[in-house]
Design a protein around this ligand. Structure first.
Ligand SMILES: Cc1ncc(COP(=O)(O)O)c(C=O)c1O
Length: 428
C-alpha cells in the first residue's frame, strides 16, 4: 500500500538534519563491528553510575510509596503531575528568587516536543495569510529545530559574527545584531544555551538584548536550556538563567540521565503556557507520569542539582580538556583550524577555515581511518543563504573515552594535514 501523503505528511515523514547522516553512521558502525571505530558522533549521554543509582533509588522509593498506583495506573492532567510541578516551582522560586505559580509551567514528553508545538502554534500562516517566522538568531544551532516546523519556509536563521580568541586556534560565535531582524513578521525566537552543537553560551547581555528586541512585538523567546543549570548543569562557563516577561525557559531532563523517560519543562508567561498546554492535550494528552514521579523525588531532595553540578558537569568538562589538549598537540600550527570555546554541552565544534573539501568529504575520509564525527552542515537549519563556513565544521561528541578522544584527534589531525597539503600541491 502506498497512501498519498499530504504536504504535512510529506514534511514529517522525512528525516531532517543530523538524523539523515545518523543512518549512514549507524550502518557504518554496524558494518564495521569489531573494527574498533571511534564513534565521536553520539548524542546519547554517558550512563554515569551516580546518575543510574539516583534513578534506581527514586524508583525504589516510588515503588514502595502509596503514590505508585496513582502514578502509573491513571491518566493525569495535561499540564503535568502535580508533585513534579510543585517540586520544580519550589526549586526555581527559591534558587532564582522568582514568583512562579503553577500557571507558569507545562510538562511535556521531552523538550523537543515544546519546540514542535511552539513552532507550529506561533510560527506558520496566520488566519489572514501572513507568514510568522521562527527566528534562530545564531546559526549554527540544534539540528532538531529543522524538523519542527510544519511550514518549512517559516524557519529563518541568521549568520553569526565570528570572534577569534586571543588564544591561538580558538573562536566564539556571537549573534550578529547588525543583521538580526525581529518584527511583526516574527512568531517566535528560539536558541539553545548552552548550544548543541557548538558549546557556545550566549552572554546574559545577548539574551537580554534578543528578548528586548522581541518585547515590542509580543514575541515569545524560547531559551532551550537542555544543557543549562540547575540540571543537567552542563555549562562550563558561568551563566545565569534569564527570566522575563516574554522568555520561555525550556528544560530537558535528558542530559540529566532521563532521556528515555521523555521529560521537558516549559516555564514562562501563562498565556503562552496555556496555548502550549492545549496543543499538547490535542496531540498526546500528557507526558508519562513515571518519569515525573521519580524526577520529583530527585529535585525535592536536592540530589539532582547536586549530582548535576558535581558529577555530570565535571565529567564532560574534563573530556573537553582532553580533546582540547589532544588537538593542540596534534594539529599542525600553520593550518587555520579553530575550536569553539568549550562553554558547555557535550560536544566540541571544530572549524577548519578554507577547508579544501566539504565537511561531508572530510567525514568520509575520517571514516576510512576509523573516526566518526558528525559533518557540520546539518547544524545550520533555516539558514537561507549559501555560506562556505557551513561546509567547514565538524561536531565531535564528548561521550567517548579519554583514549578514544586522544587517538581520534591524532588521526583527525593527520587526515586534515594531508587534505590541506594535497590541495596546496595540486594548486602549485
Ligand atoms: C539543544 C537541544 N535541545 C533539545 C534536545 C531534545 O531534548 P529532549 O530529549 O528533551 O527532547 C536536544 C537533544 O539532544 C538538544 O541537544
Amino acid at each position: 500500500m502506498n497512501p498519498a501523503l499530504t504536504r504535512f505528511g510529506d514534511r514529517m515523514t522525512h528525516l531532517t538534519g543530523v538524523r539523515a547522516i545518523m543512518k549512514d553512521i549507524n550502518e557504518t558502525l554496524r558494518s564495521g563491528q569489531g573494527q574498533g571505530f571511534i564513534n565521536l558522533s553520539a548524542g546519547n549521554p554517558v550512563i554515569l553510575p551516580e546518575i543510574e543509582q539516583l534513578w534506581r533509588d527514586c524508583t525504589a522509593d516510588l515503588l514502595s510509596s502509596s503514590d505508585y498506583g496513582e502514578v502509573v495506573c491513571r491518566y493525569g492532567s495535561s499540564q503535568g503531575y502535580q508533585p513534579f510541578i510543585e517540586a520544580v516551582l519550589e526549586d526555581f522560586n527559591r534558587r532564582y528568587g522568582l514568583n512562579l505559580s503553577d500557571r507558569n509551567i507545562l510538562i511535556t514528553p521531552g523538550s523537543q516536543f515544546i519546540y514542535f508545538i511552539a513552532a507550529n502554534a506561533f510560527g506558520g500562516y496566520t488566519h489572514d495569510g501572513k507568514l510568522k517566522q521562527i527566528i534562530l538568531p545564531l546559526s549554527p544551532d540544534y539540528t532538531g529545530y529543522g524538523g519542527v516546523p510544519l511550514i518549512q519556509e517559516s524557519l529563518k536563521a541568521y549568520k553569526p559574527t565570528i570572534n577569534l580568541n586571543s588564544t591561538p586556534h580558538r573562536f566564539k560565535y556571537h549573534p550578529d545584531f547588525s543583521q538580526l531582524e525581529i518584527n511583526e513578521a516574527t512568531g517566535l525566537v528560539l536558541f539553545s544555551r548552552p548550544c548543541n552543537p557548538t558549546g557556545n553560551v550566549l552572554t546574559d547581555e545577548e539574551v537580554q538584548k534578543i528578548a528586548a528586541l522581541a518585547t515590542p512585538y509580543g514575541v515569545p523567546v524560547f531559551v532551550d536550556s537542555a544543557y543549562a543549570s540547575p540540571y543537567p548543569a552542563l555549562n562550563f562557563a558561568p551563566m545565569t538563567p534569564i527570566f522575563g516577561e516574554n522568555i520561555i525557559h525550556c528544560i530537558s531532563l535528558s542530559k540529566a540521565g532521563l532521556p528515555g523517560e521523555r521529560l521537558g519543562i516549559a516555564i514562562g508567561d501563562e498565556r503562552v503556557i496555556q496555548a502550549l498546554e492545549a496543543f499538547q492535550t490535542n496531540l498526546c494528552i500528557h507526558s508519562s507520569r513515571y518519569g515525573q514521579a521519580i524526577a520529583a523525588r530527585a529535585i525535592r531532595s536536592g540530589a539532582l542539582a547536586e549530582i548535576s553540578a558535581h558529577v555530570i558537569r565535571p565529567y564532560y568538562q574534563a573530556k573537553f580538556a582532553v580533546l582540547e589538549s589532544a588537538l593542540d598537540e596534534a594539529m599542525p600550527k600553520e593550518i587555520p583550524w579553530f575550536l569553539h570555546l568549550g562553554e558547555g554541552a557535550i560536544f566540541a565544534w571544530l572549524w577548519l577555515q578554507d577547508l579544501p573539501i566539504t565537511d561531508y568529504e572530510l567525514y568520509r575520509s575520517l571514516k576510512q581511518v576509523g573516526v566518526i564525527p558528525v559533518p557540520g552542515e546539518a547544524f545550520f537549519p533555516g539558514l537561507q543563504e549559501d555560506w562556505a563556513h557551513t561546509r567547514q565544521c565538524l561536531r565531535i561528541s564528548l561521550t567517548a573515552t579519554d583514549e578514544e578522544l586522544e587517538t581520534g584527534m591524532h588521526r583527525l589531525a593527520t587526515v586534515v594535514e594531508q587534505t590541506y597539503q594535497h590541495a596546496a600541491a595540486s594548486a602549485s
